[in-house]
Design a binder for this molecule. Structure first.
Ligand SMILES: C[S@@+](CC[C@H](N)C(=O)[O-])C[C@H]1O[C@@H](n2cnc3c(N)ncnc32)[C@H](O)[C@@H]1O
Length: 343
């Protein structure tokens, strides 16, 4: 991050301080693989990490000794910066399909947010290398989108992809910043704030997260998120309908530290920064953080399918969604939430 004195210590390509896109330096599992109606990007869904744990490659364990949240976030940034180098080359993200014009947005957010987003100014939090951000502009009719991510590599790649698909800089902008520092780095406000699929799991403090969302919303503005359901977060990926294995507490407050030379999008990347830290956040904590920040909840929807193969035993159905045989339709694996900032 370069502190440019412009828009508050963030590196954005508005030239508002920091290095602009000359300076600095997603896949989406609804992937292109599937002929399903879940959008194009990405090869097969189970490659993509949902919200929790790292899956087979990375056993979540107790918190690393002697570190504080700043250290955990710094290690997560280094981990994600390396993942951002590898992810664009994975089938899971299938950038070729995106460049060929296929959407990377899933049916869920297209149906629940699509109309609201059309013509709006949209802020995409934790945008990774910007596939969904650019898709909102290219296919979703969003007037302007700003993507925010703390990975310099992800933000640089997003800017390159924007130029590759010929989207104007005034229609899509990318800011390298920690979403927990949003009020200090972003002056603009937006009609829609969007975040999806692998978000709060990486954040130690949801009150700062929610305050940033409220800060970035215009009065009457809408916040929308879709992600892995907190209910299934504690379960080990080897869980089955007959043998549900609880790996950690639903109320876990300490980081879940793990080592992984890969991610939901691939294995064996040869990473240096393999250690990272996740956080499980109960339903009540997510809702209360948003309400305490001044938002009003419009809906919380529970969905009995997963957007990736969270458990080895899960099976993908024709609609590109994953179900657990034996408990099909009985457990919430995904949630979507819409809220607004009162006028
Ligand atoms: C699982 S990915 C999100 C995937 C995204 N939905 C997509 O379309 O590909 C998680 C993202 O969160 C970013 N991230 C994690 N912690 C962050 C933080 N504190 N501030 C900003 N970005 C963060 C990572 O760099 C990564 O790009």
């Amino acid at each position: 991050m370069t502190d440019d004195g412009g828009s508050g210590g963030a590196d954005d390509d508005e030239g508002a301080g920091g290095a602009d896109d000359e300076g600095s330096g997603g896949a989406d599992d609804e992937g292109s693989g599937g002929a399903d109606d879940e959008g194009a990007g990405g090869a097969d869904v189970h490659d993509r990490e949902g919200s929790g744990g790292t899956g087979p490659g990375g056993e979540e364990g107790s918190a690393a000794e002697g570190l504080d949240h700043e250290d955990y976030v710094a290690e997560n940034r280094a981990h994600w910066d390396e993942l951002a180098e590898h992810h664009p080359d994975t089938d899971a993200y299938d950038v070729e399909a995106f460049l060929d014009g296929e959407t990377t947005l899933r049916r869920l957010e297209r149906e629940e947010l699509g109309d609201l987003a059309a013509g709006s100014r949209l802020l995409h939090l934790q945008c990774h290398f910007g596939l969904d951000t650019l898709t909102w502009v290219r296919d979703g009719g969003v007037a302007h989108a700003t993507g925010v991510d703390f990975s310099e590599t992800a933000v640089e790649t997003a800017r390159d992809l924007r130029d590759q698909v010929g989207i104007d800089h005034d229609r899509a902008r990318f800011v390298e910043a920690d979403v927990l520092e949003l009020p200090a780095v972003l002056e603009d406000t937006y009609e829609v704030v969007f975040t999806s699929y692998g978000t709060v799991y990486w954040l130690p403090d949801l009150d700062r997260w929610a305050e940033g969302i409220a800060h970035a919303l215009e009065p009457g503005g809408v916040f929308y998120m879709a992600d892995g359901h907190p209910f299934v977060e504690p379960f080990h990926w080897e869980s089955t309908a007959d043998d549900p294995q609880v790996a950690h507490s639903y109320f876990n407050e300490d980081p879940l530290t793990f080592e992984h030379d890969g991610s939901y999008a691939g294995e064996g990347f040869g990473m240096e920064n393999r250690r990272a830290h996740g956080y499980s956040h109960p339903v009540g904590e997510i809702l209360t953080a948003l309400v305490d920040a001044g938002l009003r909840i419009d809906f919380w929807h529970d969905h009995p399918w997963s957007f990736f193969q969270r458990f080895d035993a899960m099976e993908e159905r024709e609609d590109g969604r994953w179900y657990l045989p034996g408990l099909e339709g009985d457990l919430p694996f995904t949630f979507s939430l819409k809220a607004h900032l009162p006028e």
